[in-house]
Design a protein around this ligand. Structure first.
Ligand code: PEP
Ligand code: MG
Length: 590
């Protein structure tokens, strides 16, 4: 039904970041300005689409001429020249011809063909290493938007989209785009940028949206309404799949769903190794919508609640108040019962939104004003959050942890603010858990190195490997160009985890891992062997990690981890852990 005979099956490779299969039409959304609706045009309407395009160009040109004349009357000719340049774009015969050709070839509506041709052109300019040309792209984007507004909407086909459920293809997606995605419509997504440890990828995994990043081809080469398969297991985007390919994917989906059901049947089984070491297996969440998935997974509560998505919404001027946060935290605490929820205080910055609009973007946001640094500088943000978390501790089991700790004084100052909040609540006779547990995230090498000092001040450690890896090996966690250097089994990372766990044990506090490494079942033997006591993973990963824990022996893992600590190379450490994983639960890698 989909794809005409002359369309050859074609595979674009990317990096898989969220498992699953999606089969649907593609919708491509490029940078700069929003894509217009796209729909197919019947042969009998083609001539009309050519006319609509010519008419839109004529209207846009007329508008620009009028603006130009007005400006010439009012001011110097300098400003008027900008619009002359805009008009020149609309008189570019090569571009106009390309749009007409696209209408005939694609048989899609004129505004979409115009959009696609212009995006292709703009993308070419954006990639030229010339700052003057790159800056000119915003002028051209302005013209494009004007033309798109000039199309006569009354002549449109009534039903804009033939099929609404789609696979989204985008140059890039930020975490809030992903968090607010209409999941009944978007069956999967693929982006040209991105990496496996970006918050966008983490959310996709958490929500179970199959996803691929770092596509090897420019997204603009991909046509909207192409029928495709997105394979989130191997990172393949298959355009115009043949019937044979489709059949094999349908078979694979059935097999995967059988395997999932088998794992789900272990939902209530204890997370304990074969030789009786109990592990806490909890879930990471960032959205309240994930609570049902957390419950369904049988996770032992929430090991990391990322509060950024609750607090920082795109376009929102002020942060939600204490009352709003209290309600959300209470809802999570009640859902997690009888287990606990660990509320991480705001970790703005990095690849997430800043807590407040900065005049200038930071040159190195990951090394800048983020995490606990922002909270300590902004008590008006920090205190309502702490008060809300404390109040929620009267409604369920709540713990608090601080992100991006890099030194002892930060923890002490944060605890002072917490103490002030406790005193205020006590004075107002507002109930809270006076013995609330307080933890530090260990995600900066300096924190791991002084873990012995920090351990005296907190009740637990939670290792944020996503950041710990990036800061230890100096590899940006969201940059696809250095993704091959981002390795959790780098000997330095393994030693820092070991150091943290040992320092914690020395002071009698527990250490967990809540970074993405905790959900990688190839590395479960290593983490268990290093003495980690809690693994907090995406809700979709809980059942696989449970199976891994139950298949392993703690004493064997410890011997392997001792060897790993003596190893010199990343690859060797990975091999040791993966070999044990394959030996005991090889079927999970099929
Ligand atoms: C981490 O850094 O591993 C972590 C869990 O925090 P985030 O991914 O939100 O930075
Ligand atoms: Mg982090």
């Amino acid at each position: 039904m989909h794809g005409s005979k002359e369309q050859q099956e074609r595979i674009i490779q990317g990096i898989p970041v969220s498992p699953g299969i999606a089969i649907a039409l593609l919708h491509v959304s490029a940078r700069g300005f929003a894509a217009p609706d796209v729909y197919e045009i019947e042969d009998s309407r083609l001539a009309m689409e050519h006319q609509r395009f010519d008419a839109a160009i004529a209207t846009a040109k007329q508008e620009l001429n009028e603006i130009q004349l007005k400006l010439e009357d009012m001011t110097s000719t300098e400003e008027a020249r900008i619009f002359e340049a805009h008009i020149m774009v609309l008189e570019d015969h090569v571009l106009l011809k390309r749009v007409h050709a696209a209408i005939d070839e694609r048989r899609q509506n004129a505004e979409y063909c115009f959009y696609a041709v212009m995006q292709n052109f703009l993308e070419g300019m954006r990639r030229i290493h010339d700052s003057y040309l790159r800056e000119r792209t915003s002028d051209i984007e302005d013209v494009c938007e004007r033309v798109l507004h000039s199309f006569d909407a009354s002549q449109r086909v009534v039903k804009p989209r033939p099929e609404d459920q789609h696979i989204l293809i985008s140059y890039d997606l930020n975490p809030s785009d992903t968090a607010t995605m209409d999941r009944s419509m978007v069956l999967g997504f693929a982006t040209e940028m991105g990496s496996i440890n970006s918050h966008t990828a983490i959310i996709a995994r958490s929500l179970g949206i199959p996803a691929i990043v770092a596509l090897e081809e420019s997204v603009i080469e991909i046509q909207t309404l192409t029928y495709a398969i997105l394979d989130g297991y191997t990172g393949k985007l298959i355009l115009h799949p043949t019937e044979k390919t489709l059949a094999s994917y349908r078979k694979m989906e059935e097999k995967k769903s059988r395997a999932r059901s088998a794992l789900d049947s272990l939902r209530d089984a204890v997370s304990e190794t074969r030789d009786g070491r109990a592990m806490i297996l909890s879930a990471n969440i960032g959205l309240l919508e994930e609570l049902p998935m957390m419950k369904k997974s049988g996770a032992a509560g929430v090991g990391l609640y990322r509060t950024e998505f609750l607090l920082l919404k795109d376009g929102q001027e002020t942060l939600p108040d204490e009352e709003f946060q209290y309600k959300a935290y209470s809802e999570i605490a009640q859902a997690a019962a009888p287990h606990q929820v660990i509320i991480r205080t705001l970790d703005s910055g990095g690849d997430k939104l800043p807590a407040e609009r900065l005049d200038e973007p930071e040159p190195n946001p990951f090394l800048g004003w983020r995490g606990i640094r922002v909270s300590l500088d902004r008590p008006e943000i920090f205190k309502p959050q702490l008060r809300a978390a404390l109040r929620a501790s009267a409604r369920g089991k709540v713990a608090i942890m601080f992100p991006l700790v890099s030194g002892l004084s930060e923890v002490m100052r944060a605890k002072d603010v917490l103490k002030q909040c406790m005193d205020e609540l006590s004075q107002a006779s507002i109930p809270f858990d006076e013995k609330i547990q307080v933890g530090a995230m260990i995600e900066v090498p300096s924190a791991a190195i002084i873990a012995d000092l920090l351990a005296k001040e907190v009740d637990f450690f939670s290792i944020g490997t996503n950041d710990l890896i990036q800061y230890t090996v100096a590899v940006d966690r969201v940059n696809p160009y250095v993704a091959n250097l981002y390795r959790p089994t780098h000997p330095a990372v393994v030693r820092l985890i070991h150091r943290t766990v040992s320092a914690g044990a020395q002071e009698g506090i527990w250490t967990g891992v809540c970074g993405e490494m905790a959900g990688d079942i190839q590395l479960t033997p290593l983490l268990i062997g290093l003495g980690v006591e809690e693994l907090s993973v995406g809700p979709q990963q809980v059942s696989r990690v449970r199976k891994a824990i139950r298949s392993l022996s703690y004493s064997e893992c410890s011997i392997m981890a001792d060897d790993a600590l003596k190893a010199s190379f990343t690859g060797d450490i990975h091999k040791m852990s993966f070999a044990m994983a394959k030996r005991y639960y090889g079927e999970l890698f099929e």
